[in-house]
Design a protein. Structure first.
Length: 98
């Protein structure tokens, strides 16, 4: 059974900024490749919500690595999965706030 995956406002904003960055600084091809990887990750967690590791920093959240540079954090609710935020893994982890 699939669970619906929804994105918080923060996650949508950060994803939008990330996609803009990938297209402007790299290329449309790189942006589209990232979207494909993200889609696979979203499909994976919708099928198997607990397939990603539990976050050590934030109890109750799971973390899904999309690329070595980008991770998203999510929470499993009764009827859906909520993506809380995206994080650039090259940043200081202290900057991460779910």
């Amino acid at each position: 059974m699939f669970k619906k995956v929804v994105f918080s406002k923060r996650a949508r904003r950060r994803l939008e900024k990330l996609l803009d960055y990938l297209e402007s600084e790299w290329s449309l091809k790189v942006k589209n490749e990232f979207i494909e990887k993200l889609d696979r990750c979203v499909l994976q967690i919708s099928r198997h919500p607990e397939s990603c590791p539990v976050s050590e920093e934030f109890p109750g959240l799971y973390k899904c690595v999309v690329t070595k540079q980008t991770t998203f954090y999510y929470r499993i609710e009764e009827k859906e999965i909520q993506v809380i935020t995206f994080f650039d893994n090259r940043q200081d982890p202290k900057k991460l706030r779910p």
